[in-house]
Ligand binder design. Structure first.
Ligand code: GAL
Length: 423
């Protein structure tokens, strides 16, 4: 005990001295380029600069991070990784197995990350029991965002069921508002689909399908009903949806051109950046049928192994800064998400964030807290990508049947099931 304590003191002293002596640069790869996202990133840059380090921005445009991940792979293969990259979920393990990630145990021990983080999050940040990544937030994916004026014009209530949702959508169409703002990119289609599956099938079904990849769930009446509900939503989107970025879709809801959007709570960051307030200008409500469930998406930064001592110090400072309560508070106030570390008070957060925070805890207790498949929390990129393409193909090709889609979903899951790996 005494020995460990002395070791910890020595490590603290060493780290503090080193941190002052070397001001380094961290190159950070991320895809946070929309209004609300950039405001959040500025906060991290500012805190790092206040410690004398410099931030080299490596932003790759593209919601959901597909392009960012391709660029990252090319950089690592060329032997020139950034100091940190926005990598999340099972992909952290995949990068860890390649032996290119830095060990963050020193900072993690000093700041007691194990005690600060929910187990479900901490486990994802570790490879072989050692921290290699640091979490930034928790996003809830299964939200529906509604322009309040547009809803008032329909004379209907906030929808809680699919029937109520389609009634509101129909009314909005009649009064000349695009009912559903959609960005026609496969990750956005998959984002909507996961909320539909959670709403139609419930959390247990969702887990059987997307976490356990059970063929009997991927091909089932419930999956078929989910696909049909999903396709009905498409009728309420506009013809200009294909290719549209998610934040452009959110802007349609902000302006009242569109009534609703299915999207994770990074959309709230856009409403806030545009000066809009929850309850007054917009409504956040659980996607129909999902009020007792929560699909989570934890953003995190994995750190790559570096050689330059100053860069290593700056990298450690970045990891430590991310876990500081003041960062977790200010970053998440802009980002739309909630803090992931313990010890952050929620009183400066709005209604949507407070609801998210309460639901995160409550759904963990009743076992309806599930990892987001569309945001790479549930499966490695290969499987997620194949499922996403199947769902997007179904959305975009009216002739594709539910049966064909389910066959593709089962086939997408095969590589993992064949290896017998449990996610
Ligand atoms: C998600 C990410 C969010 C948000 C969103 C849109 O995958 O977790 O933080 O950035 O993409 O870009």
């Amino acid at each position: 005990m005494g020995y460990r304590w002395r070791g910890m003191l020595a490590a603290t002293a060493l780290w503090a001295v080193a941190a002052c002596a070397w001001a380094g640069q961290v190159e950070v790869l991320h895809w946070w380029t929309s209004g609300g996202e950039s405001k959040s990133v500025e906060e991290l840059k500012r805190l790092l600069a206040s410690q004398g380090h410099t931030w080299r921005d490596f932003a790759v445009v593209g919601g959901g991070g597909d392009s960012a991940m391709s660029v990252l792979r090319a950089r690592v293969l060329a032997g020139n990784p950034p100091a940190a990259a926005q990598i999340k979920g099972p992909a952290i393990q995949e990068w860890g197995r390649l032996n290119v990630l830095a060990d963050l145990e020193e900072v993690a021990t000093l700041q007691k990350w194990d005690a600060q983080l929910p187990r479900v999050v901490a486990d994802v940040m570790k490879v072989n029991g050692r921290y290699v990544a640091v979490p930034v937030n928790v996003h809830r994916v299964n939200w529906l965002w509604i322009n309040r004026d547009a809803l008032l014009k329909t004379g209907l209530r906030v929808p809680n069921t699919w029937d109520e949702f389609f009634a509101v959508a129909e009314k909005m169409r009649q009064i000349g508002i695009v009912p559903v703002a959609h960005g026609g990119q496969s990750w956005q289609e998959f984002t909507t689909f996961e909320s539909v599956v959670l709403g139609v099938g419930g959390a247990e079904f969702y887990r059987r399908a997307f976490v356990d990849l059970e063929p009997g769930a991927l091909r089932s009446d419930t999956m078929s009903r989910s696909l049909q509900t999903f396709r009905r939503i498409k009728d309420y989107t506009d013809a200009r949806a294909p290719g549209r970025d998610w934040n452009v879709a959110t802007a349609m809801v902000i302006r009242g051109e569109a009534g609703m959007q299915f999207m994770g709570d990074w959309a709230k960051g856009e409403f806030l950046a545009a000066g809009k307030q929850p309850a007054k200008d917009f409504v956040c409500v659980s996607a129909p049928g999902t009020s007792r469930a929560y699909s989570f998406n934890v953003d995190s930064f994995a750190m790559f192994r570096l050689k330059d001592p100053a860069a290593i110090q700056a990298q450690k400072a970045l990891a430590a800064t991310i876990m500081r309560p003041e960062f977790q508070e200010s970053f998440n106030l802009n980002k739309g998400s909630i803090p992931v570390g313990a010890g952050v008070r929620m009183d400066r957060f709005d209604l949507c964030a407070q609801e998210s925070s309460a639901y995160f805890a409550a759904t963990a207790m009743i076992n309806t807290l599930v990892p987001s498949i569309a945001h790479l929390m549930a499966q490695p990129a290969g499987i997620e990508g194949a499922m996403r393409e199947a769902v997007a193909a179904y959305w975009n090709n009216e002739r594709m049947t539910t049966d064909e889609t389910m066959t593709r979903l089962v086939a997408a899951a095969k590589p993992r099931l064949a290896k017998g790996i449990k996610p």
